[in-house]
Design a protein around this ligand. Structure first.
Ligand SMILES: [Mn+2]
Length: 354
């Protein structure tokens, strides 16, 4: 079933979709601007820059047949109002997690007296569960990410800078048709204790950790991976920390399957880290969903008591960050199944010394 039919079946109301990721998910068409109005039927409202491309995508069957493509004479909102008025529709659901207050106010003013109501999670609920085609795109993205890691191990030398390594990762992925799924993290030495540190034009720290967190985006779908390697030699404390993080990830893997509660999975990994004496050193959640966005719901986190269903793709990324010293994070992405999971990340997790 097409995504737009799934939404029409689960939420039988008139809906305005403005979030570009949601528009893409439902219409099959990607554009920086535009509106998707689901009324008596779906209307994809696009300006001159996109309407020609959209007609081609429709002829190729990428945009579902029942979606009418419209280029408005006036504004997008005027077009929406004209359709709603001509169909006698008096209530419209909008994306309350996307519109700014200013955009909402303008919509309300221009559409009055049509009533606006919040859409809530109807689209997010659908996007949680990845279709086989979506899973293939995430796998392709992760494959390029794995290849980039293999490549970078040969590229890194003690004279490299953080920015050189980050740029090389992104360049490698770009040559394979992928853009970065998010700002590449590449942090060395003390900076590896910053979970989301930013790469700088500084040389690597010898006998310390280098953490690289990066991902490719292929055909709109993201991957995400973190590997921590050692520049020079690891001392016994570094080896100990690395192995605890690896053990924490394994503990989560030992219980992950479709239907596991988000916080149960998180605490399986967190307990390993805290019981080893590193309370306070793992200050983020174990994992997040990903797909068209790099961060989606549901999560493996202490604040998610709900089951995470089969068909979701999430990261599993425990870490230990020691303030002023260094840090380690290891991140794979997994596809949840009824009896377990498929690990989409193939890169080695042996402790590598460069
Ligand atoms: Mn991640």
């Amino acid at each position: 079933m097409k995504n737009i039919e799934k939404l029409s079946n689960s939420f039988q109301k008139c809906i305005l979709i403005q979030n570009p990721k949601n528009r893409r998910y439902l219409s099959g068409f990607s554009s920086s601007d535009g509106m998707l109005l689901i009324a008596d039927k779906p209307y994809l409202i696009l300006d001159f820059r996109y309407v020609g491309a959209a007609r081609i995508k429709k002829s190729q069957g990428i945009i579902p047949d029942n979606i009418e493509i419209i280029m408005p004479q006036k504004s997008f909102i005027d077009q929406v109002r004209d359709i709603l008025e001509s169909k006698g529709i008096d209530t419209l659901f909008f994306e309350d997690d996307y519109l700014s207050f200013r955009e909402y106010s303008r919509l309300k003013e221009k559409l009055a007296p049509i009533q606006l109501l919040p859409l809530g999670n109807a689209v997010n609920e659908l996007r949680k569960i990845k279709s086989p085609a979506e899973l293939e795109k995430i796998k392709s993205a992760q494959k390029i990410t794995d290849l980039a890691f293999e490549h970078i191990l040969n590229f890194i030398n003690p004279d490299s800078t953080e920015t050189e390594i980050a740029a090389e990762l992104e360049h490698f992925m770009a040559l394979r048709g992928a853009c970065p799924a998010f700002d590449t993290i590449c942090v060395s030495g003390i900076k590896s204790s910053l979970p989301h540190g930013v790469p700088e034009n500084i040389r690597l720290t010898n006998n310390s950790f280098l953490t690289m967190d990066f991902g490719a985006c292929v055909d709109g779908y993201c991957s995400d991976m973190t590997r921590t390697v050692v520049i020079g030699k690891a001392d016994s404390k570094m080896k100990e920390i690395y192995n605890i993080v690896l053990k924490a990830q394994s503990a989560a893997f030992s219980i992950i399957k479709g239907g596991i509660d988000g916080k149960v999975c998180d605490s399986a990994a967190r307990d390993v880290i805290y019981n080893a004496g590193y309370q306070g050193c793992f200050g983020h959640s174990l994992g997040h969903s990903l797909g068209l966005d790099i961060h989606e719901s549901p999560n493996f986190s202490p604040s998610n008591p709900s089951p995470v269903p089969s068909g979701c793709v999430l990261s599993v990324e425990p870490g230990i960050y020691i303030d002023g010293l260094y840090g380690v994070r290891i991140e794979d992405i997994v596809y949840l199944t009824d009896d377990g999971f498929i690990n989409l990340t193939k890169s080695t997790k042996e402790l590598i010394e460069i």
